[in-house]
Design a protein around this ligand. Structure first.
Ligand code: FAD
Length: 278
């Protein structure tokens, strides 16, 4: 069971709990992006098992008529075992998801995985137009070129600042520089993409900038935030724009929870309050 200190950020250990959470989100006019927690598998059994769980999950999402998609991590689907394992496993999940009309996001991990992730995305997005999306990170210096290249791919792109500690020769490390880069990437996408833009940020300035770009260019977009972060803002924004909440679940919740704790002291306060208010 997920302890109260963590259940603000993680929906539960079972897919049923995650889908119950999505149902409550849908009642608030917010869609769910369901993620089974797991990464960096170096053996095949957990890769096979998580892929099977995703295939069952997309069937459950479709059968329960929820507004939800899924998000998978490349190293969860076998990238550490080889690009061929990853591509084959991801393709199986995307195939079943496409059959059930459920969208698949591919999360982006550290820079050593970027090429393999983008290449797999491009092939699958062309095979299942409108059914697959990928995340790009503003902190990586290569991302401007990637974003230009992805303009013609029939999928969606989620823009984030980047969660991984990357080396200075390939990444911006100054937060103001990353913010300006993020804004520039949004400007490019709103001007050159036909839609399919996802703004994955809690930052009021970045969200404001996306709304300005939308008003200037008229390009469709969606906002994406994490479960437990700025929930009030999610409700306010959902009155005007499509809002998706990233909903992690599963028994490997500890490392995800500790990451949320270490990135912001406010999150520690929220988590402690959840325990103290019981
Ligand atoms: P920050 O730069 O962390 O903060 C800027 C401002 O936002 C703050 O000053 C504050 O005003 C507001 N804010 C931020 N957090 C809080 C909070 N907890 N409470 C209140 N206000 C807050 N990264 C990857 O590398 N790969 C991925 O695949 C990926 N997928 C993601 C998917 C989603 C849906 C989201 C939301 C993020 C994802 N990320 C991913 C993480 C992302 O890269 C950032 O690390 C993370 O979102 C923090 O950056 P930020 O833009 O939200 O705001």
């Amino acid at each position: 069971m997920i302890p109260p200190i963590a259940n603000r950020f993680v929906a539960g250990e079972s897919p049923a709990r995650a889908l119950e959470h999505v149902r409550r989100l849908n009642d608030r006019n917010i869609a769910g992006i369901v993620n089974l927690l797991g990464e960096h598998y170096t053996a095949r059994p957990p890769v096979r098992s998580d892929a099977a769980e995703y295939r069952a999950l997309v069937r459950d999402i479709a059968n329960s008529h929820l507004e939800a998609c899924i998000s998978v991590k490349p190293s969860q689907l076998g990238l550490d075992l080889g690009e061929d394992v990853f591509r084959e496993t991801l393709a199986d999940v995307v195939e079943v998801a496409a059959d059930h009309g459920v969208f698949v996001w591919i999360d982006m991990e550290d820079h050593t995985t970027t090429d393999a992730t983008l290449e797999a995305y491009e092939d699958l997005a062309r095979a299942h137009a409108g059914g697959v999306g990928v995340c790009v990170q503003a902190n990586l210096k290569r991302t401007r070129e990637d974003v230009e290249r992805l303009a013609d791919v029939p999928g969606k792109v989620r823009f984030v600042k980047g969660a991984y500690d990357e080396p200075a020769d390939i990444a911006y490390r100054d937060t103001d520089r990353i913010d300006r880069e993020y804004e520039a990437l949004l400007e490019y996408a709103f001007e050159h993409y036909g839609g399919g833009i996802a703004v994955g940020s809690h930052d009021p300035e970045m969200i404001e900038h996306a709304i300005d770009c939308h008003e200037t260019h008229g390009t469709d977009f969606e906002l994406q935030m994490l479960m437990g972060v700025r929930e009030d803002a999610q409700d306010d924004l959902a009155a005007e724009y499509p809002v998706y909440q990233y909903v992690p679940y599963g028994d490997r919740w500890k490392s995800y929870f500790y990451r949320r704790m270490t990135e912001r002291t406010a999150n520690v306060r929220f988590a402690l309050r959840a325990v103290l208010d019981r």
